[in-house]
Design a protein around this ligand. Structure first.
Ligand code: PAF
Length: 286
């Protein structure tokens, strides 16, 4: 695997792969890779001949009081994992390479509707930062396909919308969340958890499973179910940020007719904010 730091080297390596008749698969990341990222790279390697990954901790998507400075950086370990998963080219730019004119005057890509509420409500500007950097990366790499994790469910919806609205010729593939044996969704931020917090953390997904189980069993008091789940999270040591039932494709609040649903949650345990979701298909809610 070749690691490049400049857009010029990136484009040259991809031009060579294209000249060799290869289809390009792309996995953008912020590094500190785990088995969830490996699954994205493996999916790209199944679907494309030449896999490009990026590692870039994008300052534009972090709020002023978020964890940009302490976001874990582990390049050597990440490179090893990428090679094992089938990546051929790593793009690892500095901030000045991605934003050579600074971030102040940067053109911003802002996706309406699906960016609203949920993480977009709790982290103002976050999805503008994500949409902007992903658009830039797509223009740099020009992949045939790109793979994103369904754990960031709203992010995936934002990226699908921007690709559709801006006619970017890339196929977006959503890959299921990889979980630890106890159900906790793998996340780079799990590394912030103390042993005690890590032991409590699976309660977040369990609370979503209980809502899903009740809905599948015919319970339709959505507000009551969400409230009970919130109490379960609090009892486990979480401070809930949001917990909502939404229509899975549009991400608008679920209505009685909707069958494709997603339960989305964000909650703090100590200072660490974890997110998770559970998609389900139902008979109509009456
Ligand atoms: O999901 C992430 O790691 C980031 O939001 C992404 C898509 C790499 C953009 O910085």
């Amino acid at each position: 695997m070749n690691t490049v730091k400049s857009v010029r080297e990136l484009r040259a390596a991809i031009a060579q792969a294209r000249a060799d008749g290869k289809q390009i698969g792309f996995v953008p990341t912020m590094g500190n890779l785990h088995a969830g990222h490996a699954a994205l790279v493996e999916k790209a390697a199944q679907r494309a001949d030449f896999v490009v990954a990026s590692i870039f901790v994008n300052p534009l998507q972090f709020g002023p009081h978020e964890d940009l400075d302490k976001y874990p950086r582990s390049l050597a370990a990440d490179q090893k994992k990428l090679i094992e998963a089938g990546c051929q080219l790593l793009f690892n730019p500095e901030v000045a390479e991605m934003y050579p004119h600074g971030m102040q005057g940067q053109t911003i890509v802002s996706v309406p509707d699906v960016s609203q509420g949920l993480c977009g409500g709790s982290r103002p500007g976050h999805f503008d930062g994500v949409a902007t950097v992903v658009t830039k990366l797509f223009n740099m790499v020009q992949p045939d396909l790109a793979v994103f994790g369904q754990k960031d469910f709203q992010q995936l919806a934002v990226i699908r919308a921007l690709v559709r609205d801006l006619n970017i010729p890339v196929q977006i593939i959503g890959e299921p969340t990889v979980r630890a044996e106890d159900g906790l969704a793998l996340s780079s931020r799990n590394g912030y958890l103390s042993a005690e917090q890590r032991a409590a953390a699976p309660a977040l997904y369990r609370s979503l499973e209980q809502i899903a189980q009740a809905l599948r069993g015919g319970e339709r008091d959505v507000a009551g179910l969400l409230d009970t789940a919130r109490q379960q999270q609090i009892a486990a040591g979480f401070r809930p940020d949001y917990l909502e039932l939404r229509e899975a494709n549009s991400l608008r609040p679920a209505s009685a007719q909707d069958r494709q649903l997603v339960i989305l949650a964000a909650a703090f345990i100590g200072n660490t904010r974890l997110i998770d979701n559970l998609a389900l298909e139902l008979d109509a809610i009456h």
